[in-house]
Design a protein. Structure first.
Length: 128
């Protein structure tokens, strides 16, 4: 089981088949898009929150930390935003994170289905 899983991961990384390549391309797109969203949101969070009293987002570094933890859907010690812009940004980032999780689940489900079909086709071809 572990060996076959590792073999599939290597197959995705090396784009062994068209199915592997499609999953790799989807994962790459989501990763690059998320890094871009994180950077843009960090700048926006900094601009929205930096002047607000009682905010924890005072530097671009703290903004990047906050946005990264929000996009990873984990909690951090940074307080939630105080400004309206920061709160709207928070909601948008949470929605984006949920969309990414759903997209990845769908891509993985499609990959597993296609790989199962490919394995069944190979087994049937050997049985002929």
């Amino acid at each position: 089981m572990i060996r076959s899983t590792l073999n599939e991961v290597i197959g995705v990384a090396g784009a062994r088949t068209d199915t592997h390549r499609k999953l790799r391309d989807r994962l790459t797109f989501v990763l690059v898009a998320t890094i871009g969203v994180d950077a843009v949101c960090a700048v926006l969070a900094y601009l929205f929150e930096r002047s607000a009293k009682q905010t924890d987002v005072k530097t671009i570094g703290s903004a990047l930390f906050w946005t990264s933890t929000q996009l990873l859907t984990v909690s951090s010690s940074v307080k939630n935003p105080i400004t309206t812009g920061g709160r709207v940004l928070d909601v948008v980032m949470e929605a984006y994170a949920l969309i990414v999780i759903a997209t990845l689940a769908g891509a993985l489900g499609t990959f597993l289905q296609k790989r199962g079909e490919e394995d069944a086709d190979r087994a049937a071809a050997r049985g002929r």
